[in-house]
Ligand binder design. Structure first.
Ligand code: AMP
Length: 201
C-alpha cells in the first residue's frame, strides 16, 4: 500500500498516518515529524553531528531549520532530494505511508516521476478536510515550538495557496479521497479504510 496523507497542520494527519501504517504494516514517513525531532536534537548540540540520526536526516534538518521555525515550507528541491533518497532505501520497497508530503504541485509531480522510475504506483491521496477555525484551535492547543499564532496563520495561508491545488492534481488522477477530519479519530480511520476499499474496486 502506498498512500499520501494531506491536510493542514492540526488536521489529524499524524494520528491517521500512524493508524494506517500499522493497519497496512508499512513504514510511515512523516516529513514534519522527522524535521521537528531532528531540529530538537540539533538544538542540544548545534555543532556536533548526532550519531543517533541518519546523515540524510541531518542534512535535511540543517537546510530546513529557519523555514520550519517560521511556519514556512522548506524549499521544494530540499524536500524532493530527501524523499527521493529515502524512498530508494530498501525498507520502503514494499509500500509506505507518506505524511505531510507532498505539499506543493512540484513535489507531487516529482513524486510521480520517482514512482514511475521505481515502477511503483500510488494507491490514493487522502486529504483530511478540517475548517480553518479547527486547525487553529488544535494547533494552538498542542503548543509545539512551531505552533505560535503567527506560524499557525502562516501555515494556513501556505495550505491555501501551495497545497490545496493538490486536490485538483490528485482529483484529476482519480486518486483523491476527501475525508472529513473533524470527527473522532476512529471514525476518520474507518471512513478512510472504507473509501480505500471502494477505490480498489
Ligand atoms: P507538519 O507537522 O506536517 O505540519 O510540518 C511541520 C513543518 O515542517 C512545516 O510547517 C514545514 O516547515 C515543514 N514541512 C513538512 N513537510 C514539508 C514538505 N513536504 N514541504 C515543505 N516543508 C515541509
Amino acid at each position: 500500500m502506498r498512500l499520501v496523507i494531506l491536510g493542514g497542520s492540526g488536521a489529524g494527519k499524524g494520528t491517521q498516518a500512524e493508524c494506517l501504517a500499522s493497519h497496512f504494516q508499512v513504514p510511515l514517513l512523516s516529513t514534519g515529524e522527522i524535521l521537528r525531532s531532528a531540529l530538537a536534537l540539533k538544538t542540544v548540540s548545534k555543532t556536533e553531528i548526532d550519531p543517533e540520526i541518519d546523515p540524510l536526516v541531518m542534512g535535511l534538518a540543517a537546510q530546513a531549520r529557519g523555514y520550519v521555525e517560521q511556519g514556512e515550507l522548506v524549499p521544494d528541491e530540499v524536500m524532493i532530494g530527501f524523499i527521493r533518497q529515502r524512498l530508494l532505501q530498501q525498507d520502503m520497497a514494499q509500500g509506505w505511508i507518506l505524511e505531510g508530503y507532498p505539499r506543493t504541485a512540484f513535489q507531487a509531480e516529482e513524486l510521480d516521476f520517482l514512482l514511475e522510475e521505481l515502477g511503483q504506483g500510488l494507491n490514493a491521496a487522502i486529504w483530511l478536510e478540517v475548517s480553518e477555525a479547527v486547525l487553529i484551535r488544535r494547533s494552538l492547543a498542542r503548543s509545539r515550538s512551531d505552533d505560535t499564532l503567527e506560524t499557525v496563520q502562516r501555515r494556513i495561508q501556505t495550505l491555501e495557496t501551495a497545497t490545496k491545488p493538490l486536490q485538483d492534481y490528485y482529483g484529476y488522477q482519480q486518486r483523491l479521497l476527501l475525508v472529513n477530519g473533524d470527527q473522532a479519530p476512529e471514525t476518520v480511520t474507518a471512513e478512510i479504510l472504507r473509501n480505500l476499499a471502494v477505490l480498489a474496486g
